[in-house]
Ligand binder design. Structure first.
Ligand SMILES: Cc1ncc(COP(=O)(O)O)c(C=O)c1O
Length: 325
């Protein structure tokens, strides 16, 4: 199904119709991947629609742009406002949010400096990334034959469009081989992350996740899981994870904006634990969903409400536009 976008897109300060949000084929970003972007979510809570950790996503966007020497005239606060304005313009109750900062149309040399730094913010209604059952039943994954970017090649702390060429190779291999997702190792053979999500494992009651030095994106869901796990009294260790620890873990799960917290039930056809969602994964899912559903007080200040409470909104559509596989 073609991507069923609709509504308005914010482009360089103006809201334009989805169909009119075009850029020229000679834009630098198309040829050289010179874009940095974000993926955030807005959830429908009983108190109204709320973006989850919008400030952290905008901070990472600005950091990604800084790594790639892209100066923008927008402050973090004005970018947050632009995201909220885009959601309001579309009257979404719950949606996925995609801000992108990119090198636009000027020259086609590799040097990006002459090209303008343009910004767009898209939003759309997006369902469960790895399928409706995944949150409960878990997914089957393989360790990818593709390695994540080596240090000092493409910076993994930047959420750069260029990095997703690597993610696409991981994802295509996994799907072609019959798996939901691939897990990539870093250049030294340690576990890094999935094509679009961070990874955690649980062994003997302790939670492990690869550190930032394992070529991972510093995930905002990862940070939230670490915080919630410590709130719940678990020990969390950020340390290098040998591949074989995945096979002998009690539980393994992904964390990311798209997948939220998704259990992994097998790795390379080896069953993880008893092949079902484990108790720690379930406890963390519950803690996470309680926050994003507004069922518990937002003690960490993670929610940014979008509308005044009285706004009349339409329900999220059932269609899963742009589903990622
Ligand atoms: C490669 C990669 N790792 C990890 C993540 C998870 O990051 P976050 O929790 O901020 O969505 C993502 C998703 O953006 C990703 O693309």
């Amino acid at each position: 199904m073609a991507f069923a976008g609709s509504g308005k897109i914010w482009m360089n300060g103006s809201l334009v119709n989805w169909a009119d949000a075009r850029i020229h084929i000679a834009s630098h970003v198309i040829h050289y991947g010179s874009g940095v972007f974000e993926g955030a979510r807005c959830y429908a809570t009983p108190k109204g629609s709320a973006c989850f950790r919008l400030d952290a996503h905008i901070e990472r966007l600005v950091n990604s742009a800084k790594i790639y020497r892209m100066d923008t005239p927008y402050t973090r606060a004005s970018l947050e406002d632009a995201v909220l304005a885009t959601i309001r313009a579309n009257q979404f109750k719950a949606c996925y949010i995609r801000p992108i900062v990119y090198r636009g149309y000027e020259t086609l040399g590799v040097n990006p400096f002459p090209c303008p730094v343009d910004i767009a913010i898209l939003s759309w209604e997006w369902g469960k990334y790895l399928g409706d059952d995944a949150l409960e039943k878990g997914v089957d994954v393989k360790v990818s034959s593709w390695t994540r970017m080596a240090p000092n090649t493409l910076p993994s702390l930047a959420k750069s469009s260029a990095n997703y060429a690597n993610s696409a190779l991981i994802k295509m291999e996994a799907i072609s081989d019959g798996y939901a997702e691939g897990v990539a190792l870093d250049a030294f053979g340690y576990v890094s992350e999935g094509s679009g999500e961070n990874i955690f494992l649980v062994r003997n009651g302790v939670i492990y996740t690869p550190p930032l030095t394992a070529s991972i994106l510093p995930g905002i869901t990862r940070d939230s899981v670490i915080t919630l796990a410590r709130d719940l009294g678990y020990r969390v260790r950020e340390e290098m994870v040998p591949r074989e620890l995945l096979y002998i873990a009690d539980e393994v799960f992904f964390a990311g904006t798209a997948v939220e917290i998704t259990p992994i039930r097998s790795v390379d056809k080896q069953q993880v634990g008893n092949g079902r969602r484990g108790p720690v994964t379930e406890a963390l899912q519950r803690a996470f969903f309680d926050v994003i559903n507004g069922d518990v007080p937002d003690t960490h200040g993670w929610l940014t409400y979008v509308y005044p409470a009285e706004a009349v909104l339409r329900e999220p559509a059932k269609a899963v536009a742009g589903k990622g596989r």
